[in-house]
Design a protein around this ligand. Structure first.
Ligand SMILES: [Zn+2]
Length: 64
C-alpha cells in the first residue's frame, strides 16, 4: 500500500513482468471473471486500473 503524492489516493505498485518496471495502480481493483480454458471453468482475477488513468494530477507523473 502506498499513497499517491499527487492526489493522496491509495495506490499499489505493480511490477510489470515484461519490463520489470513498477506501475502505480488504484488500490481496490475491480474483479473480473476470466475463462481459464475449455473444461477448466472460470477464475476471478484482479483488474487493476493504472492510477494515471484516474489521478487528477496525472500530468505531474510525466517527467520530460
Ligand atoms: Zn494520484
Amino acid at each position: 500500500m502506498a499513497i499517491c503524492k499527487g492526489c493522496g489516493a491509495r495506490i499499489e505498485w505493480l511490477t510489470m513482468e515484461e519490463s520489470g518496471k513498477a506501475m502505480p495502480v488504484d488500490a481496490n481493483p475491480a474483479k473480473v471473471v476470466v475463462d481459464v480454458g475449455p473444461g477448466k471453468g472460470y477464475r476471478l482475477v484482479n483488474a487493476w486500473t493504472p492510477h494515471w488513468a484516474t489521478c487528477p494530477k496525472a500530468k505531474e507523473f510525466k517527467k520530460p
